[in-house]
Design a protein around this ligand. Structure first.
Ligand code: GDP
Ligand code: IMO
Ligand code: MG
Length: 444
């Protein structure tokens, strides 16, 4: 037995014309600025699809000084020409969805084009309750979840006891499934966690009576919608939530979310095959942040870390939690390039580094007397690694008004060139502020 035969040449007949589908994926531990770049790319798109996660996401868009914090609704919503789609891979709390629609409509955004997959799984009240009590139960080993019920909802999906959006439109089935699942959840909540479980009637009144009629206009066969768009040559953007290192399979397990944010997740979470995808943009901050528990090799506990948090306003979009912060980690990014087949990287928040005399980049790890150039798959080893840094001169210049590469000082350009070399794929876009117009496009 061996690995893949690398001597065998690729089959030329498989090189077909690529279809216009792009994925935007987080390459670190979330909050990289996926929302900002999704909104930016959406200008050229027709459909924007969220493919996984739920309202654990918080995607911020700043347009003409107005801030929009989105949780479930795709970041393309601000454009009239976009059909925003919540794909089958997302877990949907219909209350949150409707609240988000209300907030946007009050701001004058038309949400009537929104479509929600009938196959998406529902977050039910007991999911949120279970998320909260299991975190409490774990004590100091808690994961630091967003307590939105995401993990328990995906667990039920995998256990095949989940309820889907379409079940809300067959009341008999909805009640029947709920009775079965609540028998177990009720016992668990009452006997293990000492909690009063919600009743079947309470949930039916809320979901069937109140929420289902209001959600109905948005419900659709989104797989059909996406394929109709692709077949008509329309451009489709898949917007990832969370990020590569929070991925259930490839992240720093168990300190991960319960879905697959990696680019492959777009295929299952939206119902398209990998041959449709022709561009994968990995979004990375010019440094790293993480919210919640888990390993973080470049984490800073000094003034530099505080400066990143304060200058970068590193507090959760929805939860308000202070994010942990550290220097850019090229080892992680190289791994993210592989896991997502990144075709390019978009760097955000370069402006946050404006105040530093010098900036550091982690180029490798060191552990047990060895140098590691690759992200280790051994979790015990990952907890021990220490970063190997290269230090570069800072630029001490305000970048927030830059629009052209030539507006960037030489030190900032050198920093980007250095990152590009370390990561191995082109850096085409660079964010220099939260606003939609605050970016620099680099030429290849
Ligand atoms: P997401 O979850 O990946 O969409 O990112 P979040 O919206 O949670 O967090 C990113 C934060 O950085 C938001 O407050 C954005 O407005 C902000 N942001 C995005 N790009 C830039 C940038 O280039 N510079 C600065 N200063 N802020 C940015
Ligand atoms: P966006 O899309 C940052 C983190 C939580 C916790 C872990 C599991 O805005 O980048 P969960 O509630 O998903 O079961 O929590 O994942 N987490 C995020 N961190 N950005 C996010 O989303 C996140 N979504 C979940 O803090 O550590
Ligand atoms: Mg976020």
């Amino acid at each position: 037995m061996g690995g893949v035969n690398l001597d065998r040449p690729p089959d030329e007949n498989t090189q077909e014309r690529a279809l216009p589908a792009t994925i935007v994926v987080g390459t670190q531990w979330g909050d990289e600025g996926k929302g900002k770049f999704t909104d930016l790319f959406a200008k050229e798109m027709h459909v924007v699809v969220r493919y996984q996660g739920g309202h654990n996401a918080g995607h911020t868009l700043v347009v003409d000084g107005e801030t929009f914090a989105l949780q479930l609704i795709p970041s393309g919503i601000l454009y009239d020409h976009i059909t925003p789609v919540i794909g089958n891979g997302v877990v949907v709390d219909p209350r949150v969805l409707l609240e988000e629609v209300d907030v946007l409509e009050r701001k004058g955004i038309d949400c009537s084009r929104l479509r929600v997959s009938s196959n998406a799984h529902l977050i039910l009240p007991y999911h949120q309750l279970l998320d909260r009590v299991t975190e409490r139960y774990l004590g100091k080993n808690k994961l630091g979840t967003t307590k939105r019920g995401i993990g328990p909802a995906y667990a039920d999906k995998a256990a095949r006891v989940g309820l889907r959006v379409q079940d809300m439109y067959d009341p008999k089935i909805f009640r029947q499934k709920l009775e079965v699942v609540l028998k177990e959840k009720g016992q668990l909540l009452a006997k293990v966690y000492n909690q009063l479980p919600p009743t079947v009637d309470e949930i039916c009144d809320l979901y069937l009576g109140e929420l289902a009629p209001r959600v109905r206009p948005y419900v659709a066969d989104t797989v059909d919608l996406v394929h109709e768009a692709l077949e008509a040559g329309r451009h489709v953007l898949f917007e990832g939530a969370q990020a590569t290192f929070l991925d259930l399979d490839h992240g720093t397990y168990p300190y991960v979310t319960s879905s697959n944010p990696v680019a492959g997740g777009a295929c299952t979470g939206a119902g398209v095959g990998p041959r449709h995808i022709d561009r994968v943009v990995g979004v990375a901050k010019a440094y790293v942040t993480r919210v919640g528990s888990g390993p973080f090799p470049t984490e800073l506990f000094d003034e530099a870390g505080d400066a990143l948090v304060e200058r970068g306003h590193e507090y959760g979009t929805n939860t308000g939690r202070r994010r942990r912060a550290g220097w850019f980690d090229a080892v992680m990014l190289r791994h993210a390039v592989r896991l997502n087949s990144l075709s390019e990287v978009a760097i955000t928040k370069l402006d946050v580094l404006d105040a530093f005399d010098t900036v550091r980049v982690c180029v490798a790890y060191e552990a047990e007397g060895r140098r590691l150039d690759r992200f280790p798959d051994d979790q015990s080893l990952l907890h021990k690694v220490r970063p190997v840094y290269e230090e570069l001169p800072g630029w001490r210049t305000d970048l927030t008004g830059a629009t052209e590469p030539s507006d960037l000082p030489p030190e900032a350009r050198d920093y980007l060139d250095f990152l590009e070399k370390q990561v191995g794929v082109p850096i085409r876009l660079v964010g220099v502020g939260p606003g939609r117009e605050q970016f620099v496009q680099r030429t290849p």
